[in-house]
Ligand binder design. Sequence first.
Ligand SMILES: [Zn+2]
Length: 390
Amino acid sequence: MWYFRSPEIVFGRDALDHLTQLSGKKAFIVTDTGIQKLGFVEKVQAKLKQAGLASQVFSQVEPEPTPDTIKRGAEAMAAYQPDWIVGLGGGSPIDAAKAMWILYENPQADILAINPFEPLNLRQKAKMVAISATSGTGAEVTWGIVITDPADKRKVAVGAPENTPDIAIVDPTLAVTMPPQLTADTGMDALTHAIEGYTSTWNNVFSDGLCLQAIKLIFTYLPRAVANGEDEEARENMHNAAAIAGLGFINSMCSLAHALGHSLGGLYEIAHGRAVGLFLPYTIQFNTFENSEQTRYHEIAAFLGLPAASVQQGTNSLIQALGQLANQIKQPRSIQQALSISLETLENDLDQLVEHAETDTQIITAVRSPNTQDIRKLFLYAYHGKDIDW
Ligand SMILES: [Zn+2]
């Protein structure tokens, strides 16, 4: 038995207008200061007002929020007693909103321990709308929540299917202000979701089509959206693709590139999408090394119309295409390129990096299970930017 989960999705250039149709009394908006400066909060509040809803704003969400921030937000929520939670932003504010919502309805919960196996009984007090302002994480359609555990210097992915937002608003007009670097970073995240979602061991027929479509859209439109942020067609397709990839991966799961990326990002300052996108080609090489039965990367290549006469050729074509895309949108191809750290620094941190990757939830669905030594090698290959010869 398997489940496919999705919010109601409202997409297109006037999707934000859907807010005027909500019924309720009070909305609590969770966002960050960057989004607030862009004037999106006022826009959202005006639409909510048309629906007869009062609103309050919490804008202190930092990138990859900490349990402290979530606790503060949940306390403000408890004081305000909203019947709608609105997560507005990139992945961090939307994830923070999900986590605050859980604490609002379950004040005793340990946010770092939220998992799919214990009921949360949400929606006794409020429902949730997620509005995406970046085109990457897919957080608007997923139940995943990424939190920084500062005590352990690591990022943890928590959440339960219950905390899938009720409504996702995917309005591309909110994405046009993203600068090229953010467009590239978040786009690589979406691409990694789609490729890992298609290839994870929990892949399934419902997710497959979504992942393939997202991959095609991203290869077509990401370079355009990075080159010219005002390219409306590219922005709209990327905004949709991120949500489609989100739906694809949350119903199958991510995999090794995410485990490695979370680990690297916990110790060093690097954007999530840049980190997972960097590891993706290395993990494909690892997953397919001397394994002609792993045909899914070849299927992706064939779907994209890349040279794919054999499984090996298809896999290689995909790896090559990923490299070309990274060059085109100026994404780093190695850890050395991405971070100015010496090999010595990486080697000093390697035990911790490996341990965090090994215990990351996303490793459960790895195409090929790596052992400790494999993970060490993956980090070192990715540091030097060398092709993997296992
Ligand atoms: Zn991701």
